[in-house]
Design a protein around this ligand. Structure first.
Ligand SMILES: *Cc1c(COP(=O)(O)O)cnc(C)c1O
Length: 487
C-alpha cells in the first residue's frame, strides 16, 4: 500500500463513523450492566501477564479498532460499578466523556487563544463558576491545569513569588533564603513534593500535628511558626486541606485564614477532593473560610464527575495568577489589562488538553444541579455507612467521617491486637483479588485501616451491607487458616 492510500484509509470518515457508533453502543451497554452491579468490578491481572499478552497480540493479525477497544474494556477497573469504593476518582458523567472525545478530536492546543478559543473561554467560565460558589469575590480568576499535584505546585510557586520579598523567579533564592510552608501532617504528599521541587528540602515543610479527628491543630500554629522563624526559616504560606486524603478531614479554614492574616502568610487551600462541596447547600459549611484563601486548588475529576485530568487553580486576586511564570510582570506596573486568554503565560503547561470542555459539561449538567446532588448523595452515604459500621460489634470506625471517605477495620473481640493490621491488609488483598469490590487501605497512627471513597451515586447502603458482610466473612476465613502468612 502506498503512503498516500495508507493515510487516506487511516483518516477515512466512514470507518470513523462505524467504529464510533459501535463504541458508543458498547459503552452504553456496559454502563447499563455496571449500574446494575453485574459482574466483577475489575479483573486483577498480573502486570507482566498483561504486558506479555499485548506483546504477543502484536505478532498476530492486525486488530480492528472494535477488537482493541473490547480488550481494553475487559482489562479495566470499572468506576461505574457500585462496588467500586476505592480511590477518589469519579465515575465520569457520560456526557462529560463525550465532551472529552470532542476535545480529543479537535485537539486544540490551548497555549494561545488562537489555538483553542472555546476551550479558553470555557476555562474562564469554569473558574468563575467555582469561584462564585466558594465566595472568592469579583476579582477571582485562574486557570486549569493537569492535576492537583501540579495545581498545588503552581499555587505555591505564586505564593513564593509574592511573599519572598525579592523576585525569586528571576534571581533565585538569595543570601541563604530558606522558605517554608506550614501544613497538616495529614496533607496529601504532593504538598511536600512541591516544596522539595522548589529546592526547599525537607526543612521547607513544617508538618503540623492533627487532632483526634485528623484535622490540623490550629492552636499549635503560632508556636510552630515562632519556632521555625527562630530556626532561620522564612515561613511564607500555610496550606489548608479540604479535605485530607486518608480520612476526608476538613481543616478549620476560618481559623487558618485568621492565622495567615495575622502573620502575613499566603493562605492556600488544597480542595482537590472537597472543592465541589461549595455546590452543596447542605455541606458547604465544611468550606467555611475558603473565601479568604489566596489560592485554591480543585480537582474536577474527583467530586465533580469529570474524566481525569481536570484541575482548577483559583486566585482570590486574579491579577496575581500572572506572577508565577512571568519574568517581566509589565502588566502589574503598567496596569494594562493582562491577556487572560493566552493561557500558557499562567500555566505550567504549554500545549494543554481541552479539559474545560469536560469540566464545564459536568458543572452544567442538570441545569447546574448535578454536582451538588452528587456531593449531597455521597456525603450522606458516608454518614450512613459510618452508622452501619458503628452498629456492628465486629467492626471499628477510625473516625466519624466528614464526607464520603470512610476508614474502618474488622476487629472482632477475639482478634489479638497484633493481628488486627495484618489481617485487615489480608482481607483487602483477598477481596480485590476476587473482583467483588475495589477498596483501598491506609495507615493511621501506625495501624492498617480499610478505606473507602464513596464515589459512585449508584452505590447504595445495600451494597455496603454486602461489603461489610464480606469483610467479616473473609476475616473469619483467613484467621481460621493456619497456613495464612500475614504480611
Ligand atoms: C487527590 C489529591 C491530590 C492530588 O491530585 P491529583 O489530581 O491526583 O494530582 C492532592 N491533594 C489532595 C487533598 C487530594 O485529595
Amino acid at each position: 500500500m502506498t503512503a498516500e492510500s495508507l493515510l487516506q484509509q487511516a483518516y477515512d470518515p466512514e470507518s470513523f463513523r462505524r467504529a464510533g457508533h459501535q463504541l458508543i453502543d458498547r459503552l452504553a451497554d456496559h454502563l447499563q450492566h455496571m449500574l446494575a452491579a453485574e459482574g466483577p468490578v475489575h479483573h486483577q491481572i498480573p502486570p507482566d501477564t498483561l504486558y506479555d499478552a499485548w506483546t504477543e497480540a502484536e505478532a498476530g493479525p492486525a486488530q480492528d479498532p472494535s477488537q482493541f477497544f473490547e480488550q481494553v474494556l475487559g482489562q479495566a477497573i470499572y468506576l461505574h460499578h457500585p462496588h467500586y469504593v476505592g480511590h477518589q476518582i469519579s465515575p465520569p458523567l457520560p456526557t462529560a466523556a463525550l465532551a472529552g472525545l470532542l476535545g480529543d478530536f479537535l485537539n486544540n492546543g490551548m497555549g494561545v487563544y488562537e489555538m483553542g478559543a472555546s476551550g479558553t473561554a470555557l476555562e474562564r467560565r469554569v473558574i468563575a463558576l467555582v469561584a462564585t460558589a466558594m465566595g472568592l469575590g469579583p476579582q477571582a480568576d485562574g486557570f486549569m491545569t493537569s492535576g492537583g499535584t501540579l495545581g498545588n505546585l503552581t499555587a505555591l510557586l505564586a505564593a513564593r513569588q509574592q511573599r519572598s520579598g525579592h523576585d525569586v523567579w528571576t534571581q533565585g533564592h538569595q543570601n541563604g533564603y530558606q522558605p517554608a510552608i506550614m501544613v497538616s501532617a495529614q496533607a496529601h504528599y504532593c504538598v511536600k513534593r512541591a516544596a522539595q521541587v522548589m529546592g526547599w528540602g525537607e526543612a521547607g515543610v513544617i508538618q503540623v500535628p492533627v487532632d483526634e479527628n485528623f484535622r490540623i491543630r490550629t492552636d499549635l500554629l503560632p508556636s510552630l511558626l515562632a519556632a521555625a522563624q527562630a530556626r532561620g526559616l522564612q515561613v511564607i504560606a500555610a496550606v489548608g486541606s479540604a479535605c485530607t486524603t486518608a480520612t476526608g478531614s476538613f481543616d478549620d479554614l476560618e481559623a487558618m485564614a485568621d492565622f495567615c492574616e495575622a502573620h502575613g502568610l499566603w493562605f492556600h487551600v488544597d480542595a482537590a477532593h472537597g472543592g465541589p462541596t461549595a455546590f452543596s447547600e447542605t455541606w458547604r459549611h465544611l468550606l467555611q473560610g475558603i473565601s479568604r484563601a489566596d489560592t485554591v486548588v480543585i480537582d474536577f475529576h474527583k467530586m465533580a464527575l469529570t474524566p481525569a485530568l481536570a484541575t482548577g487553580v483559583i486566585f482570590r486576586d486574579g491579577s496575581l495568577s500572572y506572577c508565577t511564570f512571568e519574568q517581566d510582570a509589565h502588566y502589574l506596573w503598567s496596569r494594562q489589562q493582562p491577556e487572560w486568554y493566552n493561557l500558557a503565560k499562567r500555566t505550567f503547561e504549554c500545549t494543554k488538553y481541552m479539559m474545560s470542555l469536560k469540566a464545564y459539561t459536568a458543572l452544567q449538567a442538570g441545569g447546574g444541579r448535578v454536582t451538588g446532588a452528587f456531593v449531597d448523595t455521597m456525603y450522606q452515604l458516608g454518614q450512613t455507612f459510618a452508622e452501619m459500621i458503628l452498629a456492628r460489634s465486629d467492626m471499628e470506625l477510625a473516625v466519624k467521617p466528614m464526607c464520603n471517605i470512610v476508614c474502618f477495620r474488622w476487629r472482632p473481640s477475639d482478634l489479638s491486637p497484633d493481628q488486627v493490621s495484618p489481617v485487615n491488609a489480608a482481607i483487602r488483598a483477598d477481596i480485590i483479588q476476587s473482583g467483588a469490590f475495589y477498596l483501598v487501605q491506609t495507615t493511621l497512627r501506625g495501624d492498617t485501616w480499610l478505606r473507602v471513597s464513596l464515589m459512585n451515586p449508584f452505590t447504595r447502603a445495600s451494597h455496603l451491607q454486602v461489603l461489610l458482610d464480606l469483610v467479616a466473612a473473609t476475616g473469619i476465613r483467613l484467621t481460621a487458616q493456619d497456613t495464612l502468612t500475614l504480611v
